[in-house]
Design a protein around this ligand. Structure first.
Ligand code: SAM
Length: 399
């Protein structure tokens, strides 16, 4: 894509030969020269693809692309006019090479095009892809750097840069959620007891069909098997048997359900009731259908009640955040919420609406990560001693 906008002969082979796959330009006269050009190009692209990027190699690539583009613009302008130069492009007297990805997904191609100095355009039909594109391509470009002329959470009340603002408001969300549901995650008295092998040694039930039938008849529930704890200031994890835990520390299912209902009413949210597709995307791919055979038929069924309350509380806080940031929430309400963070460098209401939207979108994506790491399909990963995520691949597997 990049190469196709930069047709022409690039010094030292440049990016053109490898990226476009089209015939070698006329100025690379002999086969030997052409082959050398391609070999150099391949080596250069290899250096360019190394992560993290080397600023000098990226600058060199930008130079190659702009030189080729200047040559193309000169040719398109016909004879007679002065040749277009790289300086003309850099200083805005001539257009930059344009890259359009009409099916951009997560925006990898336009992101690379931007990095290489092109003007990038991205489209996608899928609204999730569109949001990811905004968060990777648009907001970091517009709001990434600190801005002393805009309001924000920096010590002097100015815009601290997108990442710092997301961190600040992310803490705000976290503190608000802690205040609302922290009681469901109590500190556990340390019995100084560690199960020998870190597990509880229960026998798995045999017979997939039996479990599927029980699931469909809604006779499958959840039972606490073990608790994984960390000790403040200590390395490693402590594993407790679920049966060793005092009953009053376990969440009361009925009470959690009532809290979910109350929250949904107040924040105008719903437990996700959308059905999970029963169909396999193809005979050899399961997609989401495996869980439906075990009686998990809606997206809401994928979470325990405490996980669901936690996610809904995060969703409500993130939905509220931009209103607080731009000041549509009452100052009294906003102040009491902000007080819980213990620091309030700016008054709510000061922010620009678009900037607040950029912050809120990044926070919403963070909640997606919480959902991925906090469903009833997540298993315990012994190697990394942490919960594995729900989507290890493009499917919902039964654990
Ligand atoms: C394979 S992905 C794109 C990958 C991306 N170009 C990359 O390099 O990472 C294809 C994308 O096309 C999008 N798509 C499919 N049909 C579309 C349409 N008619 N208009 C816009 N986007 C569409 C899909 O939503 C999907 O995100």
């Amino acid at each position: 894509m990049v190469g196709s906008t930069a047709a022409g002969c690039l010094p030292g082979g440049g990016l053109w030969g490898v990226c476009s796959g089209e015939p070698i330009p006329a100025c690379q006269r002999s086969r030997r020269e052409a082959s050398l050009g391609r070999a150099n190009t391949a080596k250069f692209v290899e250096r360019l693809c190394k992560y993290p990027g080397d600023a000098r190699v990226i600058a060199e690539a930008q130079q190659h692309i702009l030189e080729a583009h200047a040559e193309r613009l000169t040719k398109e302008g016909g004879t007679g006019g002065p040749p277009v130069t790289v300086e003309d492009i850099i200083e805005g007297r001539a257009p930059r090479p344009k890259v359009l990805d009409m099916f951009a997904g997560g925006g990898a191609i336009p992101l690379e095009a931007l990095r290489l100095g092109c003007e990038a355009y991205a489209l996608d039909l899928n609204p999730v892809a569109h949001i990811i594109e905004l968060c990777t391509l648009v907001y970091p470009q517009k709001y990434g750097k600190p801005d002393p002329t805009a309001k924000g959470s920096a010590k002097d009340g100015t815009w601290a840069g997108l990442a710092a603002e997301v961190r600040y408001w992310g803490n705000w969300v976290l503190e608000k959620v802690k205040a609302e549901i922290g009681d469901l995650y109590p500190l556990i008295p340390d019995p100084d007891y560690r199960a020998k092998n870190g597990g509880t040694g229960f026998q798995p039930v045999q017979g997939d069909l039996f479990i599927q039938t029980q699931g469909k008849e809604k006779r499958v529930g959840a039972q606490l098997m073990a608790v994984v704890c960390t000790r403040p200031g200590a390395k490693g994890k402590t594993y407790l048997s679920g049966s060793d835990l005092p009953a009053e520390l376990l969440p009361d299912e009925e009470a959690v359900h009532q809290r979910i209902e109350a929250l949904c009413k107040k924040a105008r949210l719903t437990v996700p009731y959308e059905p999970i597709s029963l169909l396999r995307p193809s005979p050899n791919a399961r997609g989401l259908s495996a869980v439906t055979r075990h009686g998990l038929t809606t997206f809401g069924d994928l979470f325990t009640s405490r996980q669901m309350l936690c996610l809904l509380t995060f969703a409500a806080a993130v939905r509220e955040a931009p209103q607080v940031i731009v000041g549509q929430a009452s100052v009294e309400q906003a102040s009491s919420l902000l007080e819980s963070t213990g620091k309030m460098p700016v008054l709510p209401g000061d922010y620009d609406e678009e900037q607040a939207k950029g912050v809120a979108m990044a926070l919403a994506i963070a909640v997606d990560r919480v959902a991925d790491r906090g469903s009833s399909l997540c298993h315990w990963d012994n190697a990394y001693t942490k919960t594995a995520n729900t989507f290890g691949r493009q499917a919902l597997p039964m654990v």
